[in-house]
Design a protein around this ligand. Structure first.
Ligand code: ADP
Ligand code: MG
Length: 699
């Protein structure tokens, strides 16, 4: 039996009023403290009020774990098996059926559904949850739903009743949201919170941004707390999987765990139950998080930001805040999006602290100094739309017929240069033409829930009939890292040795081929899970890769049935064919060897990069000339990962595309002021200019 009862949640007093307000308005903003029952209860209220009869009740979440966990919880409360009346859908994992009425999904999934069904005929109500997180996809959905409701351009075929939109937010910004949505009403769920005493421990100053420092400090504070404070569970905020695992390892060790085994995640030692919580964790392990600890035992959850608002764990009385978060940011130094560890904002720190005061007075220990708070932490978190690449969403918008992407109703406008960069990238991979219109290729690309580079490479492969080389690679790049990196030194050496063997066996010095080879070898083996264990490969990640590959293959098969699917031929070696396909996707990520072991990128940024030590090409830089890479990791150096050697010849014709078009041209087109004649005239002018340049060169 759970230690809490859904009838006692703050939201339960307002069931009728809430349902009424939703019936009476096209848009409603709902706000209330985290843990008041918005996510788990409101969809059930709507279900009980009959909303499910005219369509589904869709609930979006920015995080995939939240969508899955909450759906599990609600199916349990409703008393159905998951995937029946209550289900979920996240990228590459659909656990919903025809019977599903309450559907939890990621915001990215709903965006894809809008592509297939712009009027969202399947839904009677859409709930955008966690809007305060300001994820890119949720922001885009807000704009799209606003446009849809206020300017329903034409009719909505097949819609019997009007769609209701509920926007839920934990805090703040509700006035801004209401104003954005035509001054719609705001429903506030009153809630009571208890005071949280906040302490700055001054262990981290403005210069200590190295993860090894803050991981050690949170562990120390958590242990002090365990030995010095009264009963109550602990919630530690860290940044990501590897730091969390490191911290848990240290906690087990310090608490003198005897039975240490690599793959065991929970230990109850001397009254401390240590539980990690991060996005890519298996869901059965996540479920443990919510269970109350045995009597006399204190629970210590070490989590990412997911525990700040998306998931509420009951019984938390103490917070240990590292002050950092992992965030995807556009890095102008290298011109790419990079996952970085950055200080959290002050508002985020307050949110974290608040998790300790839900049911009784609590305490929050910040491991950083007041000086760090003042000098390093911004007031608010910058919305994702203002700090990451917009390429995929702009292609989606264009495919939805939003041609003028600059004047789209954004809650907060992205900087124009980000929109321009996205347009430029879309143009470079032939997804849009010079006038900013989606090309045939762009329409194919948007069908894949993958980043543009690998999608382009995959489609190139498919047009050449070698998708069997590209599909596994695309799948492997979509799952978590398959290579196990154990924390213990001796095991680490074992793992590295096995990984090196795999690289040698793949018969080629190219990280993409290594991925392909691991995929094929594992799939062909008699017992794939044993194969994984022997080679220090994550079996769980491999299983997802197999599943993702199947799904991508299905999408491709569907598209290939279209008459105008591009076909090309090529006669050369398999290895060249493979690498040429990669070039057509990644030619913006091309680098040429500079001095020593460094490379210089060719995209106009001219950044100096190094090959990451995990690469098959590490230590062989001297033999290389041109390379392409999948992504970048910035520490004290800029590293490129998943690297492939190429020949200049293969990208020679593509490289001018990186510079030939001025993004402003694409955007002025985006403002819909350019006619076909103007483009023809412009192209003629360009041709003339090229000719005169050429004759000048000859002379
Ligand atoms: P809100 O969306 O307002 O933040 P939720 O609906 O997520 O609130 O949570 C309401 C209550 O349900 C909280 O007490 C939370 O701990 C509990 N809860 C949510 N998910 C689970 C779960 N998977 N297992 C047990 N309790 C849960
Ligand atoms: Mg919620």
């Amino acid at each position: 039996m759970d230690s809490w009862d859904s009838r006692n949640l703050p939201i339960s007093l307002h069931q009728e009023k809430l349902v009424h307000a939703i019936k009476a308005n096209a848009f409603l903003v709902v706000t209330g403290e985290t843990g008041s029952g918005k996510t788990t209860q409101l969809p059930q209220y709507l279900y009980q009020a009959g909303f499910g009869k005219n369509g589904k009740i869709g609930v979006t979440q920015p995080r995939r774990v939240a969508a899955i966990t909450v759906a599990q919880r609600v199916s349990h409360e409703v008393g159905c098996s998951l995937g029946k009346e209550v289900g979920y859908q996240v990228r590459f994992d659909d656990c919903s059926s025809e019977d599903t009425v309450i559907k939890y999904m990621t915001d990215g999934c709903l965006l894809r559904e809008i592509l297939a069904d712009p009027s969202l005929r399947q839904y009677s109500v859409v709930i955008l949850d966690e809007v305060h997180e300001r994820s890119l996809n949720t922001d885009i959905l807000l704009g799209l739903l606003k446009r849809k409701v206020f300017h329903p351009q034409g009719s909505s075929p097949g819609r019997s009743t009007s769609l209701k939109v509920v926007v839920m937010s934990a805090t703040l910004e509700t006035a801004k949201l209401s104003e954005f949505l035509g001054h719609c009403p705001v429903f506030t769920i009153p809630g009571r919170t208890f005071p949280v005493a906040e302490t700055f421990c001054s262990l981290i100053g403005p210069k200590d941004t190295d993860s090894s420092v803050y991981v050690k400090e949170v562990v120390k504070v958590a242990l002090d707390l365990h030995t010095g404070e009264m009963t109550g569970d602990i919630l530690v905020f860290l940044t990501g999987q590897s730091e969390i695992e490191k911290a848990c390892d240290m906690l087990y060790e310090k608490a003198e765990a005897i039975d240490y085994r690599y793959d065991v995640h929970d230990h109850s030692v001397e009254g401390l139950l240590i539980l990690p919580l991060y996005g890519s964790m298996p869901t059965d392990q996540q479920r443990q998080i919510f269970q109350p600890p045995p009597k006399g035992v204190r629970k210590c959850v070490v989590a990412t930001n997911i525990a700040a608002t998306s998931l509420t764990i009951n019984g938390i009385r103490y917070i240990v805040d590292s002050g950092f978060v992992k965030q995807l940011n556009h890095n102008s130094r290298v011109g790419l999006d990079i996952l970085e560890v950055v200080p959290i904002s002050k508002s985020e720190a307050q949110q974290r602290a608040g998790r300790a005061g839900r049911t009784t007075a609590g305490k929050c220990f910040r491991i950083y100094s007041k000086e760090f708070w003042e000098k390093c932490m911004p007031e608010y978190t910058v919305p994702e739309i203002q700090r990451t690449s917009l390429t995929s969403v702009i292609l989606t918008l264009k495919c939805l017929g939003v041609h003028d992407v600059i004047r789209f109703p954004y809650l907060d406008c992205p900087e124009e240069r980000f929109i321009l960069a996205a347009l430029k990238q879309l143009y470079q991979c032939d997804a849009i033409d010079r006038r900013g219109h989606v090309t045939r290729l762009g329409k194919l690309m948007v069908e894949f829930p993958l980043p543009p580079g690998i999608t382009r490479a995959l489609l190139k492969g498919a047009s050449l009939g070698c998708e069997d080389l590209l599909l596994p690679v695309a799948a492997m790049l979509s799952v978590e890292n398959i290579f196990i990196r154990p924390g213990q030194q001796d095991k680490q050496q074992d793992a590295e040795r096995e990984h090196r063997k795999l690289i040698t066996k793949s018969g080629s010095c190219n990280d993409f081929t290594v991925l392909l080879s691991v995929f094929e070898k594992c799939r062909a083996s008699d017992s794939p899970s044993t194969w994984c264990r022997d080679h220090w490969i994550h079996w769980r990640a491999m299983k997802s890769a197999f599943n993702v590959e199947t799904q991508l293959r299905e999408i491709l098969l569907r598209l290939k049935k279209q008459n105008d699917f591009p076909r090309e031929t090529f006669d050369g070696s398999r290895s060249e064919l493979f690498r040429r396909c990669l070039c057509s996707g990644y030619f913006a990520n091309v680098a040429r060897r500079a001095v020593g072991r460094t490379f210089c990128t060719m995209d106009g940024h001219g950044s100096v990069v190094h090959i990451h030590p995990s690469s098959a090409l590490f230590d062989q830089e001297a033999e290389l000339d041109w390379i392409i890479f999948h992504d970048v990791l910035v520490t004290s150096r800029v590293y490129v990962r998943t690297v492939c050697p190429i020949r200049y010849d293969w990208v020679k014709d593509l490289l001018p595309k990186l510079h030939e078009v001025d993004a402003y041209e694409l955007s002025s087109v985006a403002r819909e002021e350019v006619t076909d004649e103007e483009v023809t005239r412009w192209e003629a002018k360009e041709a003339a200019k090229r000719q005169s340049d050429e004759s000048a060169e000859e002379a």
